[in-house]
Write a protein that binds this ligand. Sequence first.
Ligand SMILES: Cc1cc2nc3c(=O)[nH]c(=O)nc-3n(C[C@H](O)[C@H](O)[C@H](O)COP(=O)(O)OP(=O)(O)OC[C@H]3O[C@@H](n4cnc5c(N)ncnc54)[C@H](O)[C@@H]3O)c2cc1C
Length: 457
Amino acid sequence: MSKVQYSKELPIYRDVDVLVVGAGPAGIGAAICAARNGAKTLVFDSAGCVGGQATNGLVGPFMTVYDAKSEKQIIKGIFEEIVDRMIEMGGAIHPSEVRSGSSRAGFYLIGHDHVGPFDHEALKIVASDMILEAGAELLLHTQFVDVLMEDDKIAGVIIANKNGMSVIRAKIIIDCTGDADVAARSGVKYELGRVEDGNMQPATLFFRVCNVDTERLTAHIKEHEHEIRPFYGPFSWLIREKQEEWGDVPRAEVCLFESPEPGEYRMNVTRILDIDGTKAEDLTRAELEGLKQAHKVFNFMKKYAVGFENAKFMGTASTIGIRETRHIEGLYKLTVDDVKNCRVPEDTIAVMATNMDTHNKNDPGGTYYTLENGPYFGVPYPCLVAKGVNNLLVAGRAISADAMAGAAIRMIPCCLVFGQAAGTAAAHAIKDNKLPAEVDVKKLRETLKEQGAYLGD
Ligand SMILES: Cc1cc2nc3c(=O)[nH]c(=O)nc-3n(C[C@H](O)[C@H](O)[C@H](O)COP(=O)(O)OP(=O)(O)OC[C@H]3O[C@@H](n4cnc5c(N)ncnc54)[C@H](O)[C@@H]3O)c2cc1C
């Protein structure tokens, strides 16, 4: 590629203590908690609303927030606050009320006990209200462009929006872009997908359908329950029977979750392989292929699936769903061993029992691992601290983890509580005049617990 030189004087848009880049689940948690704990905070996002994949991606439900035995809720804190407010406005069902095998748990028999169905509009409203109530500034339609480095510190973040380009200076930056864009631009090392071969989980364009007859659908699925593989969704029998018409959509089951609104389903069915979500050309290909697959799958379901006879297509997500890209190099890398052995280290800032859901492209059903060796695993604070750039934290699916561990920690409730931990840690660092790596983790854990988090027994 040939190159040109570009140089320009840029205005300083703001000087803040904590800058949160990206307002998806991690950014929501980070912005609320940094501001609540006293830091002057600004959060911006390229989209026109907050929520990331949990709103614009139409992703849902909230994956399980219970322990591996489904006995106790272990993800709480900012997640619980947000859900409670969504429930108040009729926009969510509490995970305690949703059991495996039901329409709201996608008819899954394993790994989906106590998931949380929610309405995306409710999340948009509740999360942006909570960001503003906490005292953080929110800026939408604003793209992260680049970093200004001073030695091993980010001195400023270049943004672009309708106003043009400008700079935000911050003492601490929390990268919540999902793809670790800030970390990558500032020189933090990362693994892209699986380290052995660079494979990344497939992309999916969600779509929504209403007017589904849940009673008939449920009865039909019950009749075929013996055909559902342990960790997978229903309708493999229909796809097998009508393979020719199903065609080349590389999925062997239909993953569908009923929303709080009866008869409305979010469809997690399309699958686009070999997409690198850090490349614009791949994202474009995924959007176009996803759109084709979504309409094809809907037409197929309407024609053949019991309960879908009067279904209506409500639209596709406004962005392709990217499950995996960069895993940053942090001060500690969470490993598949840590997850499988349910380790809960002393510096844990969140516990979870989400399963390793790999969507293995070599198996159109995906490959799925549940926890066998304990009730949950802990994610230590150093997974959030970027190595090599001293005023940068990373929260969300890009934290320091190998690809397999990353397949477990990428769920929405996990990302919300990583945001809570990162935002609180950043505020502590500002108060104590320390760098993120020097934060007193004992004190951080105490504050997190005071603010509703559960960090294990
Ligand atoms: C297809 C699919 C199905 C899933 N299913 C489930 C499920 O059923 N349940 C569940 O709990 N989880 C599920 N997940 C996982 C979950 O949705 C994501 O892992 C989670 O949303 C990640 O949160 P995040 O905050 O790290 O990133 P995102 O949700 O990706 O948010 C990142 C935010 O940063 C913004 N951003 C990114 N780059 C820039 C930039 N350069 N400048 C400005 N802003 C930027 C984006 O606009 C976005 O708002 C699924 C994910 C996918 C893709």
